[in-house]
Write a protein that binds this ligand. Structure first.
Ligand SMILES: C[S@@+](CC[C@H](N)C(=O)[O-])C[C@H]1O[C@@H](n2cnc3c(N)ncnc32)[C@H](O)[C@@H]1O
Length: 480
């Protein structure tokens, strides 16, 4: 059945990559909990409501033997995605218009069997209950027995604060839905109200100051995100325990969270059942004023580890986030944060990962004692160390005929400056020179040919080919 335009066709939702949805990451978290998970290199992955599908297309470009399907209700988003997939000949990603409600009943039949990973990012808290239920029904219908499902949503109790700002905006703007008046104007009007409200006043109480700070954070958002995320017709943040109950009614059991923080809620030696895990996580949410969840679900009865067991580190690799640097024997810096790693062996291991990035190193070589295991988990929870299930899926050295994947080159050909690395990080490259250089890397030219081509471009003074290739390899943008 043809689908008409939606509010996401009228105001485009910016396409983006979400690292924590990557099957490689989901497999690592499953393994950390002692569970088997399909090898992401050959997995089948479904993204529900993934807009134009850039998220799965970037995964597909890095994992050519895995199969991806992205569905969304907005025809213009899907047309954009299909055009991009065709432009780069991406054969392992299907991008299709579908309504979750229909898909939960019939469409799933056409998709060639069960999925090892199912992603629903930025959908659940912004759609009516019928679509929420259909999302869970669809996941239940297609998730493989060893599958992992990812569902993100605005959470309580932080949602109460966001709702206070949303109510303020909708009341001042004189409507309760997003589809009245000129959409972009409404978003700009909301931005102006937030900008004004967000300025500190001398007379502020602590509570007012906190709400103003939240308003300021909202004004950092892209206008289009603000329009959909804060002014959408449906706004239904939920407490974790409610989502767990709703998922439980569809044969989905809570595993843990996909983002750093709270991977485990118990310590070794503790006996903790699944209900106790949810209860502890929920209590932590209330105390920490949780705003957003990226919850993972598996089939019931899989008995995940509920407290850490260092033996599973044998099955994992580790890497460090971009921007981490060692600044002293024990001192490290990331963005504006400086911190210490007291254990010299761990500090050296971190430095080795920084030097070898984007390579990922086996954890087993390092984490041989419970003390090191605990230290590793603390770093993971703080986002300073990343666990992986796969080696870096690209080239660590440029090789004879350097290649950037066809999706990257197609994005550059479209004039896009927001690109991605093969470890699924967004990277903005605004300057023309590096973009042109990347677009030459189609695997057909050896270094001598690349040098000649680069000289012909009239920009050779910007950099030499060898150091440009080294930089792109280091950034994780070159394919094998
Ligand atoms: C907030 S956007 C999130 C897009 C993307 N997942 C992301 O996080 O960047 C919500 C998406 O849900 C899609 N959507 C809403 N209702 C839907 C339905 N019934 N079936 C399929 N997609 C739906 C919209 O078209 C939109 O692309």
């Amino acid at each position: 059945m043809p689908h008409g335009p939606t509010v996401y066709d009228e105001v485009q939702y910016p396409s983006a990559l979400y690292r924590t949805t990557h099957p490689e990451h989901l497999a690592a978290i499953a393994r950390l909990h002692g569970l088997g998970a399909a090898d992401p290199r050959r997995a089948r992955v479904l993204e529900i409501a993934g807009g134009d599908g850039l998220n799965v297309m970037a995964m597909a470009a890095a994992l050519p033997d895995a199969q991806f399907v992205n569905i969304d209700l907005a025809p213009s988003a899907i047309a954009r995605g299909q055009q991009l997939a065709a432009a780069c000949g991406l054969a392992n990603a299907r991008i299709e218009v579908a309504d979750v409600i229909a898909a939960a009943e019939t469409c799933a039949d056409d998709w060639g069997g069960a999925f090892d990973y199912v992603i629903a990012h930025g959908l659940y808290a912004w759609v009516p209950p019928a679509v929420q239920r259909a999302t869970l029904r669809l996941i239940d219908r297609v998730l493989a027995p060893e599958g992992v499902a990812y569902i993100s949503y605005n959470a309580m109790p932080g949602g109460y604060l966001r709702m206070a700002l949303r109510d303020m905006l909708l009341y001042e703007m004189g409507d309760t839905t997003e589809d009245a008046g000129n959409d972009e104007d409404r978003a700009r009007q909301a931005m102006a109200i937030l900008g004004d409200y967000g300025r500190d006043r001398d007379s502020d109480t602590l509570e007012q100051a906190a709400l103003r700070r939240m308003a300021r954070r909202m004004t950092d958002k892209d206008l289009h995100f603000l329009f959909h995320d804060e002014l959408g017709a449906v706004y239904d943040p939920k407490a974790l325990h409610r989502i767990v109950a709703e998922a439980g009614a569809h044969n989905l059991a809570y595993l843990t969270e996909a983002q750093p923080g709270g991977l485990f809620h118990g310590m070794p030696g503790e006996a903790l059942d699944d209900d106790a895990v949810v209860r502890r996580a929920q209590i932590a949410d209330y105390r920490d004023l949780c705003f957003f969840h990226q919850s993972l679900f598996v089939r019931p009865g899989r008995a995940p580890l509920r407290v850490p067991d260092w033996r599973v580190f044998e099955t994992l690799l580790a890497g460090v986030p971009a921007g981490l640097a060692r600044t002293g024997p024990r001192e490290f810096k990331m963005a504006n944060n400086t911190f210490e790693i007291g254990d010299a062996t761990l500090a050296d291991f971190m430095e080795l990962m920084i030097r070898r990035a984007p390579a990922r190193l086996p954890l087993a070589a390092f984490a041989q004692s419970p003390e090191h295991g605990e230290a590793i988990l603390r770093l993971v929870d703080r986002g300073i160390l990343e666990l992986h299930s796969l080696p870096f899926p690209g080239a660590l050295d440029a090789g004879e005929r350097p290649r950037a994947n066809a999706l990257l080159r197609a994005l550059i050909a479209q004039g896009e400056t927001r690109l991605f690395t093969l470890d699924h990080r967004a990277i903005a490259i605004d300057e023309e020179g590096p973009r042109l250089f990347l677009s030459l890397l189609d695997g057909s030219r050896d270094r001598a040919e690349l040098t000649r081509e680069w000289e012909r471009s009239g920009r050779p003074e910007q950099t030499d080919v060898t150091s440009a290739l080294r930089q792109f390899a280091r950034a994780g943008m070159l394919s094998e």
